[in-house]
Unconditional design. Structure first.
Length: 639
């Protein structure tokens, strides 16, 4: 890409040089120019700054280097703009409403542009979005922490991650008091009862420096180890000896691990850290219990039949290799040798343990204990339980919903293509501009009034985002959630449903199929959530239909088409819900299903373009801190 300089090592040296040269060229031209002050302001925003900001969204320039790029430029530009050359640097980049000049801050602009790009690509359906998700999962694996990458403390763990764009994004989130939340975090959870992440253990020891932790992490990656379950015996009582031996190659894993070549010193520090955490005998104080999930090292964590004392190792073409303990088997303090005896096509139900068995010489393996396999969760008995299991805390839009007989009749109608539903929003700007609600109804058009599914929902987002349009989008979102939940619970994979709404703009946005949803769209968070839910039920055809609202104003409801009647009912439900909400003024909202990545700035959810919100907050913080530093007891600023 023209103007963008990147290196596989993550170095931004070439990009910094390029931007500095361009900025200095502008500075020289400005010093030699004799134009009107207004022209210089226009030139800054229309020519100078656009030529510098072009590559920022994909750059990861540190703050000090970013300030150095524009240092000469602003020194030459300030007098030409009518400002003192020594104007306080803390106020140069704050908005004029906060007593600043509103000059562009390259570091702030870079971070805001990167977050905007991340939200668009990360919430899209393109190949770039898939690659971005892979990069995040790889970064999560590299740091080896239990908490999601962007919610971990960068000042404490950032040094563990290789320099890259993801690392810059993480650092800027910490710098700007922003938070990124994901709907589907990387599947790197604890593997056994009482299990712990290794890097959580080592970082909390308090006796290891950052340099030591880097060495430890390098060895952990070389051993393909994430939690204690990866380095302990099968019975979970002690750390295996092979994890301290550099010459023992890592066992095959279902995960993709980066290649590491730790030095002798690294291995020495790794061994010392293990003894520090688990004692001289490497005994686990609270032994690990049964497995919570299937291990990622399937060749050494294998099924074990404790009744017949048999091990089942996966072979080729679905065949299992069966190992048994012979009468003269070698038994040591750390393992028991089992010998290959026969092949089997299936693993019997009695093999309900998972054992650790490392390769041994000539058709043998070394058994080092076992524990219970993961027990599958029983199927949900009710639709409400299924919805909570499916979406957890994001199922809140359906908490105030009614599904007669678990929605059996409506689910069958979806399968037969006779289901239809309507949603409507309610917003009263004159009474309370901060609140809005929505309602939805879903039924079998062949049997109207019978088994009617319905629900009400409060409109998500910050109070400032509430309006009639967002209420309509929220209703569509909740209705599509209900359709997906019914299809998932009743295992409906094909069918169709008509979805009616009286807002043509909301219908238009919901029907679009673009891979990316621009952050510049109003209520982009809800729009991309609606589109993602639609894509998650590909076998169900959603036919959107415009239903004119308030048709009962000029005709009897009994004479109107059924969708119009449902619209009137939804409008009534939404209004009643809003009036109750205005009495209690307690919204029940949270993160959205379908919004893969959501951003909060200063603990407030961003619903559209994060760029202006981030710049305003950073400007406000800089101005506030400046006034506090100058002993202004109560800064006259309002966020």
């Amino acid at each position: 890409m023209v103007g963008v300089h990147q290196a596989l090592s993550g170095s931004m040296k070439a990009q910094i040089i390029s931007l500095t040269e361009k900025s200095d060229t502008w500075a020289t031209a400005i010093q030699q120019g004799h134009l009107d002050r207004k022209i210089f302001w226009q030139g800054l925003h229309t020519m100078i700054w656009p030529s510098l900001r072009y590559p920022l969204a994909v750059s990861s320039i540190p703050e000090a280097a970013a300030m150095g790029i524009t240092k000469k430029l602003f020194k030459a530009l300030l007098p030409k703009l009518g400002a003192n050359r020594s104007y306080p640097s803390a106020l140069r980049f704050t908005p004029p409403a906060l007593f600043g000049l509103g000059l562009p801050n390259l570091y702030w602009e870079q971070g805001a542009a990167a977050l905007r790009l991340f939200l668009e690509v990360g919430n899209g359906f393109s190949a770039d979005g898939h690659l971005l998700q892979c990069s995040i999962e790889q970064a999560q694996l590299e740091i080896g922490l239990s908490s999601p990458l962007f919610q971990a403390d960068f000042s404490r763990y950032g040094f563990l991650l290789t320099d890259c764009w993801i690392k810059f994004l993480w650092s800027f989130l910490a710098y700007s008091d922003c938070s990124l939340f994901t709907e589907t975090p990387p599947d790197l959870g604890l593997q056994r009862v009482n299990d712990q992440f290794l890097m959580d253990i080592f970082s909390s020891c308090g006796q290891l420096s950052n340099k030591d932790l880097i060495s430890i992490n390098r060895c952990r990656l070389a051993k393909h180890a994430l939690t204690v379950a990866d380095i302990c015996s099968g019975d979970g009582t002690c750390i295996r000896q092979d994890v301290t031996l550099p010459q023992v190659a890592p066992f095959p894993s279902n995960m993709i691990w980066q290649r590491e070549q730790p030095s002798r010193k690294d291995w020495s520090i790794w061994t010392q850290a293990l003894h520090l955490a688990f004692g001289p005998q490497l005994i686990i104080a609270i032994p690990l219990g049964g497995w919570l999930r299937h291990p990622h090292q399937p060749t050494v964590h294998i099924p074990y039949d404790p009744a017949l004392d048999l091990l089942y190792q996966p072979g080729h073409n679905g065949v299992w290799r069966v190992f048994s303990k012979l009468p003269n088997a070698l038994v040591t303090n750390s393992f028991t040798r089992y010998t290959y005896t026969r092949a089997a096509t299936t693993v019997p139900p009695t093999a309900y343990h998972i054992a650790f068995a490392s390769p041994g010489p000539a058709q043998t393996i070394h058994f080092q204990g076992s524990s219970l396999q993961p027990i599958p969760l029983p199927p949900s008995g009710t639709l409400s339980e299924h919805l909570r299991h499916l979406w957890k805390d994001r199922s809140w839009p359906l908490h105030s919903s009614v599904f007669p007989d678990n929605g059996q009749a409506v689910a069958q109608a979806i399968h037969l293509g006779t289901a239809h539903g309507v949603c409507d929003g309610s917003y009263m700007s004159t009474i309370s501009p901060d609140f809005a609600t929505a309602a939805w109804l879903l039924e079998d058009s062949s049997f109207p009034h019978l088994q009617l599914c319905r629900g009400i929902v409060h409109v998500s987002g910050p109070p400032s985002a509430a309006n009639a349009y967002r209420a309509e989008l929220q209703g569509l979102h909740a209705l599509l959630m209900a359709i997906k939940g019914l299809c998932s619970f009743h295992r409906i994979t094909t069918g169709s449903v008509i979805v009616g709404c009286d807002n043509q703009g909301a219908l238009h946005q919901s029907q679009q199929t673009q891979e990316l949803t621009p952050c510049s769209s109003d209520h982009a968070d809800l729009i991309r959530a609606i589109r993602r839910i639609r894509r998650s039920i590909p076998g169900i055809a959603i036919h959107f239909q415009h239903v004119k609202g308030h048709q009962d104003d000029y005709a009897s409801a009994s004479t109107l088409p059924r969708l119009a009647q449902l619209n009137i009912m939804a409008d009534t439900l939404a209004k009643r819900s809003l009036l109750r909400l205005l009495q209690h003024r307690q919204r029940r909202v949270g993160m959205l299903v379908g919004d893969s990545w959501s951003l909060q700035v200063n603990n407030e959810t961003v619903t559209s373009d994060p760029h202006p919100r981030i710049l305003w907050y950073l400007g406000y913080r800089a101005a506030y801190n400046y006034m506090v530093t100058k002993s202004i007891s109560q800064p006259c600023l309002r966020y």
